[in-house]
Write a protein that binds this ligand. Structure first.
Ligand code: SF4
Length: 460
């Protein structure tokens, strides 16, 4: 039995972060390790590194293909499921298509199409093994809500169209049971996996879910909303074993639990591990625990990615961020003083006016924040408030759920004007970054030209 584990490309335009931030397909590497241990042959295909899905599909001739991805990859996943089904017509072999990963976990119904046989809605790798072993009798099947594809017709019962496939039980999974990633794919592509100038950069996950509940975010819904974390000694052992000097901890929030972090610091020191680290961490934790931040800086923490989100307390409290503007400012200073770079992440809300874009730039400049990422507010398909935006949607194309597109009509500006001010902000931030030399590893000219084009492509 052979399974192809596939992570489609995130975009087919240049409007993404390819080559700047490229994550190794860690989820697939853990699943691969689990299945290899069960005697199943696995092959990983990462669409960010190799664009030729058809080539690998034909060469490997798998029995099963498993796809994972986020909302913006939905179209590509469906397209490749179609390739698996139609591309194999000349063969007697029937390929089984499985879709899992974050988007399938949050919005399984998006994959009820002709070309998809199973949707996996749990992090538990056993669900995929159950499919291969034929142990899915107890799974939910004949789910209503069929989405037409390009294959056979759905079953129609009492006038309602039913999808032919099966959905795994949606159950929380204890991350302690997840095997360590099989990193052969990571070593194959070497320096192409990166986080900005940290090249190569390996990924590790130490927890599922997030214990907070910011209203715009779906990460706290993953794993059925259950936060679960690995034993920190096991995490440090794995970090020691990775042949890479840069480690990106992709937990939605790594700065959780002072005891756990103190143990992490002491184990890294005891083992004399010398690497650079990237992680996500909240501003309120940074402000409450400057001593831990100092220790993290000492052991090599290089970037902390912090969701500052807004520069007004009203917006922070409306979204249940449980942080404030003063806290955000203090967190920037604490990280700067400790020598850690903060990657400050902001959201431009749909009710932004011209002055809000300007104020955001001024605020960033005032706090001397060098590294900045600005997302356009994007209503998540799996959250309750999505219905409030349904009438305002200006696109239904999931590829645009990349936080760089306006997907719902802004309140005070036209879509074109909104894009114009958004890209103007990006250009100002990027020129500032150029003056500070922080992205010297990138081709500034190409990026600035693309932002300028976007000013007019979207804006006029
Ligand atoms: S924004 Fe960050 S802290 Fe808030 S719920 Fe999402 S992951 Fe957690």
């Amino acid at each position: 039995m052979k399974i192809l584990l596939a992570n489609p490309e995130t975009s087919r335009s240049k409007y993404d972060y390819a080559g700047i931030i490229d994550d190794e397909p860690y989820e697939l590497e853990c699943l691969s390790a689990y299945l290899l241990d069960k005697g199943i042959e696995t092959v990983i295909w990462d669409g960010q590194m190799d664009k030729n899905f058809w080539g690998i599909f034909r060469r490997e001739n798998p029995d099963y293909v498993y796809f994972c991805g986020r909302t913006r990859q939905e179209n590509f996943i469906k397209e490749y499921c179609g390739v698996c089904k139609s591309g194999n017509k000349s063969s007697v072999k029937e390929v089984v298509t499985i879709v899992g990963g974050i988007h399938a976990q949050c919005c399984p119904h998006r994959f009820f199409t002709d070309d998809v046989d199973y949707v996996v809605t749990t992090f538990d790798p056993k669900a995929v093994y159950d499919i291969i072993e034929g142990n899915t009798d107890s799974w939910g099947s004949s789910v209503p809500g069929y989405i037409p594809g390009n294959g056979s017709n759905p079953e129609t019962i009492n006038g309602e169209e039913y999808w032919h496939g099966k959905v795994s039980p949606s159950l929380p999974f204890d991350i302690k049971k997840m095997p360590r990633a099989d990193r052969s794919n990571f070593y194959k592509y070497g320096a192409r996996y990166c986080y900005l100038e940290l090249r190569p950069c390996a990924i590790i996950r130490t927890a599922f879910c997030c214990p907070y509940s910011c209203s715009f975010c779906y990460r706290n819904r993953l794993n059925c909303g259950k936060y679960t974390s690995r034993d920190i000694a096991d995490v440090v052992d794995e970090i020691e074993s990775i042949d890479c000097e840069n480690i990106y901890i992709i937990d939605d929030d790594f700065l959780v639990g002072t005891e756990r972090l103190e143990k992490f610091v002491s184990l890294i020191k005891a083992k004399n591990i010398r690497k650079k680290f990237v992680c996500f961490g909240r501003a309120d934790f940074i402000v409450k625990h400057p001593d831990i931040i100092k220790e993290l800086a000492e052991i090599g923490f290089y970037y902390i990615l912090t969701g500052l989100e807004y520069i007004e307390n009203r917006r922070l409290s409306d979204t249940n961020k449980r942080s404030g503007v003063n806290t955000n400012g203090r967190a920037i200073k604490i990280l700067h003083d400790s020598g850690i770079h903060m990657m400050g992440m902001f959201i431009t809300d749909l009710d932004f006016k011209k002055k809000d874009f300007k104020n955001l730039y001024r605020w960033i400049k005032h706090f001397k924040l060098k590294h900045v990422a600005v997302s356009i507010y994007t209503p998540e398909m799996c959250l309750e408030n999505f219905e409030e935006y349904r009438d305002r949607l200006v696109t239904e194309d999931p590829s645009e759920w990349d936080y760089l597109h306006v997907v719902a009509k802004p309140t005070h500006l036209s879509v074109k004007k909104y894009y114009f001010y958004y890209h103007l902000l990006l250009i100002k931030l990027f020129l500032r970054a150029k003056r500070q030399g922080i992205y010297d590893f990138m081709d500034y000219k190409a990026f600035i030209m693309s932002f300028v084009k976007n000013l007019f492509r979207f804006g006029g």
